[in-house]
Design a protein around this ligand. Sequence first.
Ligand SMILES: Nc1nc2c(ncn2[C@@H]2O[C@H](COP(=O)(O)OP(=O)(O)OP(=O)(O)O)[C@@H](O)[C@H]2O)c(=O)[nH]1
Ligand SMILES: [Mg+2]
Length: 236
Amino acid sequence: MYRGLQVGLIIPALDEAEAIGPLVGSVDRTLVDWIVVVDNGSRDATAERAAAHGALVFREDRRGYGSACLKAIREGPPADILVFMDGDGSDDPREVGRLLSTLIDDQADLVIGSRTRGRSERGALTAAQIFGNALACALIRWLWGVRYTDLGPFRAIRTAALERLEMQDPDFGWTVEMQVKAAQRGLRIREVPVSCRVRQAGDSKVSGTLGGSFRAGKRILGYVFTAKGREWLQRN
Ligand SMILES: Nc1nc2c(ncn2[C@@H]2O[C@H](COP(=O)(O)OP(=O)(O)OP(=O)(O)O)[C@@H](O)[C@H]2O)c(=O)[nH]1
Ligand SMILES: [Mg+2]
């Protein structure tokens, strides 16, 4: 509960057995009412460890980061505010309070945790990730006039605002979809610096591999151009 508001934390996780327990266990439960870990068919003990540390565990058979988030939004307990965070320990749960206070104090609808504005541990962000993020943010600024500095996973949003976004991307287009739609619909957007650590254990599924980075980059840039194209078609 944060200043009388119900807060839910959503963590998509795939094969994060080593990192997920300590991560879930270190969340300040005076701020967060419930934690949902969405497991996409992990082959390790991710689900058991998350549950043992107090998370509700959902299973989603449809693979993908966005599918997991959508499952939690649809089936999670009620909340006024939803916080999203990765399951590999890269984001620091101690910074949840900073996202929440900015959301409330600045009367924002969406608060993005910006890793480029915060302090990143050496090696936490790859060159491809930094370049891809900067490019996507520059495009969003050019096309919609909203200035973001990151597409990081760590973020907080009011549930009512999220419903207006009608999120759909089942994969790694999820974060950019939320930010583009927030810009299109004129949500009140803020950023706060967050720190970013090297994943605490386990294997990378995205930016740690060349193929993963390429797929995510293609999906993100593809989303930006498609969104603009659709907007243009609707107007003409
Ligand atoms: N539910 C679900 N979670 C996923 C899937 N793929 C990745 N994840 C989770 O999404 C988060 C981001 O994936 P990572 O592999 O850490 O990607 P990254 O942060 O770009 O790369 P790292 O440098 O390894 O941290 C992690 O919490 C993963 O467990 C998926 O298909 N389903
Ligand atoms: Mg990661």
